[in-house]
Design a binder for this molecule. Structure first.
Ligand code: FAD
Length: 492
């Protein structure tokens, strides 16, 4: 089958579906090419919690995006998350490296894009389970991230595909884009695709690349992220192997952003090599601010309570790969166990429990003497402030390195429980350079005619770290812009 389309979107995740919907509503005939089989549709988007970070001025403004009943609203406590807050978070966690114009565009367009998605059938609910602590009768939300798509990542993808089907967007699965077709002036005029039936060239007036980063490509990980990154577990789809980036570089696109950087988290030590669609993101272990993290020598190596986990989990995920055997252990006692997130209670978890610290260390194969020394020093260093997991409570340690700056409770109430983790890579930060219209820029700093990009394969926004929930948000903002720009370009 060879047909002519105005816009071809390469990839079938969140950024791609936003691009496809946006291009279609701007009058384009759209084809989505997805390399994965339909059973794997949705890319990394499927594996997410569906959490979107966006700016809102008031609780009332936030509620307009949901279908919450009055009784539900009454038990929520949510501080405004302004454009300034979002921008400052982005710049802070990226060590001020994020392109300020890109960051501002994402921030300014964030709420408008969430509204736009809602009008296209994506429904939203508060993240009671993951982003709020119950204090008294109220759910106190923290960390600037409040709403997720109904049904999480799988729900987000189902709703996006339902919306695309409703408006007649063609989607082809098991259709791998292998090359961009260019004219004699370097403009992109189509895509070469490989399917089980063979190879074909599909012409288009514009192409949007939204085929993810190179996190599932062990060779590229080692080449760009460094030694041992081929040994990281892949949290999501095995299909994001850097194809879109490679195809764009082949036609002269400029490499941009933090090529040696990636998003990574603490992930169950025995998780499979790539994501499992049944377990989803539940291999992650994100309640570490409530406990201690030690390595096989029994030593702490990060300030577990430096900030809310949204702002530290990436940094710490990347630290684990530097530890002996790329392994760490999160240790809790009975005082906080009830506060751990649901992912700690799945069947596929690597954990041990014991009534003594020695016993726990032995079961987890942690050096016993090193561990006992660490815990003794830690317990003695804990300050007197009151513990409150819903705010940065300032309950910190004094006189130990690294310190624990908040939520420092002595480890003294058995049985003790330890969870074994390694590094799970989420997505890579290096990629393509785009204009504010999401058009890909070449090495001579000129926009490449007919070529647009959105999602993980765009560089320049995330460096070192990212504030949780801004990956989907940035993909949606630039997907929407890329689709619109591509549709407009296709009209000539
Ligand atoms: C476990 C996990 C949890 C996460 N949680 C969150 C969260 O809660 N909030 C948040 O903001 N972000 C989260 N993220 C990050 C988020 O998933 C990404 O930022 C976002 O989904 C990227 O969207 P995308 O469309 O660029 O890529 P993807 O959704 O990965 O889509 C890329 C698609 O391109 C396809 N493809 C690849 N090569 C080709 C080719 N040659 N031809 C055709 N198709 C191709 C792939 O098969 C894939 O379907 C999470 C990621 C993971 C893995």
């Amino acid at each position: 089958m060879t047909a002519s389309y105005d816009v071809i979107v390469v990839g079938g995740g969140n950024a791609a579906m936003c691009a496809a919907l946006s291009a279609q509503e701007h009058g384009a005939r759209v084809l989505v090419l997805e390399k994965a089989p339909e059973a794997w549709r949705g890319g990394n988007g499927f594996f997410t919690a569906g959490g979107f970070r966006f700016a809102f001025k008031s609780f009332e403004e936030l509620c307009e995006l949901t279908d919450l009943a009055d009784e539900e609203k009454a038990v929520m406590e949510v501080d405004p998350y302004t454009e300034d807050n979002f921008y400052d978070d982005l710049m802070r966690v990226t060590e001020d490296q994020a392109d300020p114009d890109m960051a501002m565009l994402v921030v300014r367009e964030s709420q408008a894009t969430v509204r736009w998605m809602r009008d296209r059938g994506i429904r939203w609910i508060p993240m009671f389970g993951r982003q709020a602590y119950k204090v008294g009768n109220k759910f106190r939300f923290w960390g600037g991230l409040v709403l997720e798509a109904v049904g999480g990542g799988p729900g987000l993808i189902d709703m996006a595909y339902a919306s695309a089907q409703k408006v007649g967007i063609d989607v082809r699965f098991e259709a791998k884009a292998i090359r961009l077709v260019t004219d004699d002036r370097g403009g992109v005029t189509g895509v070469v695709v490989r399917t089980a039936a063979g190879t074909e060239s599909i012409p288009a007036r514009a192409v949007v690349l939204a085929s993810g980063g190179f996190e599932a490509n062990g060779e590229m990980r080692t080449r760009y992220l460094g030694q041992d990154w081929e040994l990281a577990r892949v949290r999501g789809t095995p299909y994001n192997t850097g194809d879109g980036i490679r195809m764009a570089l082949e036609v002269g696109a400029q490499p941009w952003g933090h090529w040696s950087g990636c998003h990574a988290v603490q992930w169950d030590l025995n998780a499979p090599w790539h994501g499992d669609r049944k377990v989803g993101d539940n291999f992650q272990k994100h309640s570490y601010p409530l406990g201690l993290i030690v390595n096989l020598r029994g030593e702490r190596f990060v300030d577990e309570g430096a900030d809310f986990r949204n702002y530290t989990y990436v940094r710490f995920g990347r630290e684990v790969i530097k530890q002996p055997r790329r392994t760490a252990f999160q240790i809790f006692d009975q005082k906080v166990l009830h506060l751990l997130r649901e992912e700690y209670r799945i069947r596929e978890v690597t954990k041990a429990e014991d009534t003594t610290l020695e016993g726990l260390a032995g079961k987890l194969e942690i050096d016993v003497d090193g561990f006992l020394k660490t815990v003794k020093a830690f317990n003695a260093a804990v300050g007197p402030a009151e513990f409150n997991p819903a705010v940065k409570d300032g309950k910190g340690t004094t006189g130990i390195t690294p310190p624990k700056s908040n939520w420092a409770l002595p480890l003294d109430t058995p049985p003790y429980v330890g969870y074994a983790v390694t590094t799970g890579i989420t997505f890579t930060f290096g990629g393509l350079h785009i204009t504010p219209d999401a058009q890909v820029i070449d090495c001579e700093l000129r926009p490449i005619p007919g070529l647009y990009a959105a999602g993980e394969l765009v560089g320049g926004l995330f460096y070192h770290n990212y504030p949780g929930g801004s990956g989907l948000m940035a993909g949606s903002v630039f997907g929407r812009i890329a689709g619109r720009s591509a549709a407009m370009a296709s009209r000539g």
